[in-house]
Design a protein around this ligand. Structure first.
Ligand SMILES: CC(C)(COP(=O)(O)OP(=O)(O)OC[C@H]1O[C@@H](n2cnc3c(N)ncnc32)[C@H](O)[C@@H]1OP(=O)(O)O)[C@@H](O)C(=O)NCCC(=O)NCCS
Length: 229
């Protein structure tokens, strides 16, 4: 797995500082993880080569792809959150806001062949003190489902979480009826923490949400220690 820090591969050295800053609570804001808004605080996400796809920062050119899958009920209805929908202006603001947010690292999933954005994967709700984060992903182009991309990008994001950010625990929430990510995360070593009863409402009925997690020790036992370059 090739990991390049910062959006521009040339920033490879600066990336160390970016990660360090991402993990350092902002004490000037009373110890909270408040979002700094000055340009100095811009964070990048690592560019990660996953074979047929690359994980990279979002670009303004991705807005149409985001608009399509963030508003597609086939995708949004299986997620645990609820969305009222997004305009292109919302998505432009969202892309910009990602670069200032210390509590999340969100990658665009782009095809290596033509750099088309086909989805997103992210570490959300990063708690810098506990060393925890929520993992969430969507491959927005349903034509790309079932081709192994999900496994590649989940593995890459988890490797990044445990090997680069040195998180202790990655957790996730999945609708009880959403089989693909439940099966995929189980194969990657996630365990079930519990079931949140009637935690979402979909198509006229309540739905249970499964809480899953994997610890760093479990990850390394299953997937091996970080390989030295
Ligand atoms: C979850 C998701 C990312 C999986 O991506 P994918 O590229 O389709 O998955 P893969 O092809 O890599 O398959 C990985 C594993 O997932 C499981 N899986 C994939 N499709 C499945 C299906 N239709 N039914 C049951 N299990 C399935 C299988 O265990 C598979 O392993 P296998 O290939 O050894 O059988 C994708 O389905 C998606 O984006 N879904 C919509 C959004 C969502 O549900 N996100 C997760 C909640 S945060």
């Amino acid at each position: 797995m090739l990991v390049l820090y910062g959006h521009n591969p040339k920033n490879i050295r600066a990336g160390d500082a970016l990660v360090e800053r991402a993990l350092t609570p902002d004490l000037s804001a009373g110890g909270s993880n408040a979002r700094p808004l000055d340009d100095d605080s811009r964070l990048g996400v690592a560019m990660i080569d996953c074979g047929p796809v690359v994980l990279r920062s979002f670009e303004p050119a991705d807005i149409d792809a985001l608009y399509s899958f963030r508003n597609d009920p086939n995708i949004t209805d299986v997620l645990t959150g609820f969305s009222f929908g997004f305009s292109r202006a919302d998505l432009k603001d969202w892309i910009e806001s990602q670069r200032h947010d210390r509590t999340r690292l969100v990658w665009a999933i782009a095809t290596k062949e033509d750099d088309m954005c086909i989805g997103q994967i992210g570490l959300y709700e990063i708690d810098h003190r506990l060393g925890t984060a929520e993992l969430g992903a969507q491959i927005g182009d349903k034509g790309q489902h079932g081709r192994g991309i999900g496994r590649l990008v989940y593995t890459a994001a988890l490797r990044y979480a445990f090997e680069e950010l040195r998180l202790h625990k990655v957790w996730g929430k999945i609708l009880e009826t959403n089989e693909p990510p439940l099966a995929l995360t189980k194969k990657l070593g996630f365990r079930q923490d519990g079931v949140l009863r009637d935690a979402q409402f979909r198509k006229g009925r309540y739905a249970n949400v499964v809480l899953i997690s994997i610890l760093d020790s479990e990850w390394f036992e299953l997937h091996g220690e970080k390989k030295q370059p």
